[in-house]
Design a protein around this ligand. Structure first.
Ligand code: ADP
Ligand code: MG
Length: 370
């Protein structure tokens, strides 16, 4: 091919599609109270996100903002490259291609299952309606439920119908606010993977907000961790677990504890339970004081070990025990043990570190990971 330079050439960047959803530094406020503060995140077409955080941290406000029920005081929201929310105005919720499911199932009690699902597609051709209803009932394993009324369904069945109803118009994005929180553990275990499967097969992107991180991990390709209106991290589940960006995320996700450590040499740290090699990517200096994050699977129980900790709490988890032990240094950590190692509260047990990757928080610069 001859080498020509075209002034109209399209650069590779401009050929890539914009993300399905793009939040730039978006904030929401109720009167004097800022409920969501400077949240930036993006979601690609077909991706599922989950935002986890304690009650009151702003999750529902963020969902309502994405759905178009709240006007931001700062920042912007775009879908497919078009801005749909700024402080100057918002595109109406019904014109966003966004569906929403809430914690409390709000099926219409006087309508049967088919009529409930039909609600959002009532303007479609009747044949298409019937086909879509059948398709969704099959996907959610609810064939033959068409004529049933909500009062005759279990909580899990009602929740599946509510999801089917929200998915019926094929929204580009489905927002779920604590949609699984009212279910018991067993129903949740069944339903969450099913919903993931259906969303993927229907190619519907989704965001779930939940205070239950296990639900987030089971459902999502991307996880966000929120606290007091701020989104600390928006990342893959693995990175959220193994590379938490700050102390809050480290502690909130997966039973992490933090232990003091001192830098002994270029690659060695000393802690209350011995010395450890680490990758000194952060140019820490000898004598620096840091905190390191430990997960339960970083510490194993070992009767032979000289490192001892006193059992303060134990939880039987079937295949293993999770022990909470206090070191002589007064520091706490969690440790896993095979379930035949049944020790009692107050007993000193041996522990051995099994740390593959040390996550370090520098004490000098406060919150953030080095
Ligand atoms: P979450 O869903 O994480 O529990 P919310 O988004 O519901 O959090 O609430 C975030 C903060 O905003 C809370 O402090 C809450 O009390 C406050 N808030 C929520 N809704 C309103 C409202 N309609 N008016 C005033 N304050 C509100
Ligand atoms: Mg909420």
């Amino acid at each position: 091919m001859p080498e020509t330079v075209s002034t109209t050439a399209v650069s590779p960047e401009s050929q890539t599609l914009p993300p399905l959803l793009d939040l730039q530094s978006v904030s929401f406020k109720y009167k004097d109270k800022t409920a969501v503060s400077g949240v930036t995140l993006s979601l690609d077409d077909g991706e599922i996100g989950a935002i986890v955080g304690p009650s009151g941290c702003g999750k529902s406000t963020l969902m309502r903002g994405i759905a178009g029920f709240e006007t931001p005081i700062h920042g912007s929201i775009a879908m497919n490259g078009s801005v749909i929310s700024t402080p100057d105005g918002v595109v109406e919720p019904e014109n966003r291609g966004v569906g929403m499911v809430f914690q409390d199932v709000t099926l219409f009690p006087h309508l049967d299952v088919a009529q409930n699902i039909k609600f959002g597609i009532r303007k479609w051709h009747p044949d298409s309606q019937l086909q879509r209803i059948k398709e969704l009932l099959d996907l959610f394993n609810l064939s033959n439920f068409e004529d049933r009324h909500p009062h005759s369904l279990s909580g899990g069945e009602q929740q599946r119908i509510a999801l089917a109803r929200a998915m019926a118009p094929r929204p580009q994005l489905l927002l779920m606010d604590e949609s699984f929180s009212s279910l018991d553990v067993e129903h949740r275990h069944q339903l969450v993977p099913k919903v993931r499967e259906v969303l993927k097969s229907e190619k519907i992107s989704a965001i779930l907000v939940t205070h239950n991180q296990n639900v987030g991990f089971a459902l999502a390709d991307r996880i966000g961790v929120m606290e007091s209106g701020q989104l600390h991290q928006w990342d893959t589940p693995l990175n959220i677990y193994h590379q938490p960006c700050n102390r809050f995320t480290a502690r909130f996700i997966g039973e992490g504890t933090l232990i003091s450590a001192t830098v002994l040499s270029e690659r060695k740290l000393s802690t209350a339970f011995g010395t450890h090699y680490f990758e000194n990517n952060e140019r820490l200096q000898v004598g620096d004081q840091v905190d390191i994050m430990l997960r339960p699977d970083d510490i194993l129980h070992d009767d032979e070990s000289d490192i001892r900790g006193k059992v303060e709490h134990k939880a039987f988890r079937g295949s293993h025990f999770l022990y909470r032990v206090r070191l002589a240094s007064e520091e706490l950590l969690y440790c896993l043990a095979d379930s035949h190692h049944n020790h009692h509260i107050g007993e000193w047990i041996g522990i051995t570190p099994n740390i593959e990757h040390i996550v370090i928080f520098d004490k000098r610069n406060g919150e953030h990971r080095k």
